[in-house]
Design a protein around this ligand. Structure first.
Ligand code: ADP
Ligand code: MG
Length: 324
């Protein structure tokens, strides 16, 4: 199978049939020409982001192809969720060691499954051979002009909140085939909830490299410090049980505070908006937990203070970085 046959069979046909069914007036031209063409909706601005997954680096080599396709889209949708944007479409740059048809079949199934679930269309991409499997996806979405929730808007006194439970994916990485495997392989980006936070959250991001490090980005961008109560961290029952057995379980707290791949939202909310946020969380059946508060900056350098039972809590490594 050559490059064009591969694109046609695994991506272009499936994308074209979905585009026809969706009849999206914004999408003038999808896969097949030199560029895709989109007419932006009136009064909206484009939100655009890109993320790469490299085999063995961002997912274990034994990850199934369906999950790789799913996750490559999920991590990108999570970035749109983190700004409050509405996803529209993706581009897929795929670097493959070989044209393995079984892999491509399952990979594209996973990719289109999450696209369908979130109403997103594949509108283009690039296909190359490379020694290492690598997937780069670019995601496009819309935001009402001026309503993006950036990292920079937090105010001193705002409450810090997170969706879902933290550390599940890091736990799954350490315990292959655990009941939390799906949290590592098939994250569900909080797209609808992210959009609902427009007008309420003052700052937001998605947690991909560990809560402590990522919250540090909000604090830094907003010119503040952050204080997190470690006893408030939302934990899945599996992690909570480990902690109940050993209240100072270092690995569990490390997973929750610094583990990667959560793809939950972390956001700041002024006191007067908390009730509205909790009502929306209830409506969408999204777990939301208050974990701390934004504070005026105390020194030249931003600090994320961790506290457990009023005492400072020390973390060995605050989060994931590629070039340590
Ligand atoms: P070019 O020569 O301009 O790079 P290509 O031959 O790479 O064009 O791609 C032909 C068409 O197929 C383009 O519309 C491109 O966007 C699309 N395409 C290529 N690879 C993929 C892919 N993996 N997924 C989706 N669309 C793709
Ligand atoms: Mg190309």
């Amino acid at each position: 199978m050559n490059e064009f046959g591969l694109i046609q069979r695994f991506f272009a046909e499936a994308a074209a049939s979905r585009a026809a069914a969706k009849n999206d007036s914004m999408l003038l031209l999808g896969i097949g020409d030199d560029c895709a063409l989109i007419t932006p909706p009136h009064g909206q601005q484009l939100a655009i982001s890109t993320d790469t997954l490299v085999a063995g680096r961002h997912f274990p080599l034994e990850t199934d192809a369906y999950s790789i396709g799913w996750k490559a889209v999920a991590v990108n949708l999570s970035d749109l969720a983190a700004m409050g944007a509405t996803p529209h479409s993706i581009l897929l740059a795929l670097s493959l060691p070989s044209a393995d048809e079984d892999f491509l079949h399952e990979f594209s199934r996973g990719l289109f499954a999450i696209c369908d679930q979130y109403g997103v269309q594949l509108i283009g991409g690039d296909t190359t051979r490379s020694p290492v499997l690598s997937i780069t996806i670019t995601v496009l979405g819309w935001l009402p002009i001026g309503q993006a929730i950036t990292r920079a808007g937090a105010q001193a006194g705002d409450l810090i909140m997170v969706t879902g439970t933290l550390g599940d994916a890091a736990y799954a990485l350490r315990h292959p085939r655990s009941p939390l495997q799906h949290r590592l392989d098939r994250p569900l980006p909080r797209v609808a909830f992210g959009q609902a936070l427009r007008g309420y959250a003052t700052a937001m991001l998605d947690i991909s490299d560990g809560l402590t490090q990522d919250l540090g980005h909000i604090a830094q961008a907003s010119g503040l410090d952050a204080c997190v109560d470690v006893a408030c961290l939302p934990l899945h029952a599996v992690l909570q049980r480990c902690l109940d057995d050993n209240p100072n379980h270092p690995a569990v707290l490390h997973d929750a505070l610094a583990g990667g791949d959560d793809y939950e939202l972390c956001f700041t909310v002024p006191e007067q908006s908390v009730a509205a946020v909790l009502a929306e969380a209830d409506r969408q059946q999204v777990q939301v937990t208050q974990i701390g508060r934004m504070l005026p900056r105390q020194s030249a350098k931003t600090q994320v203070q961790l506290r457990l039972h009023q005492q400072p809590f020390v973390l060995q490594q605050i989060g994931f970085q590629h070039f340590d």
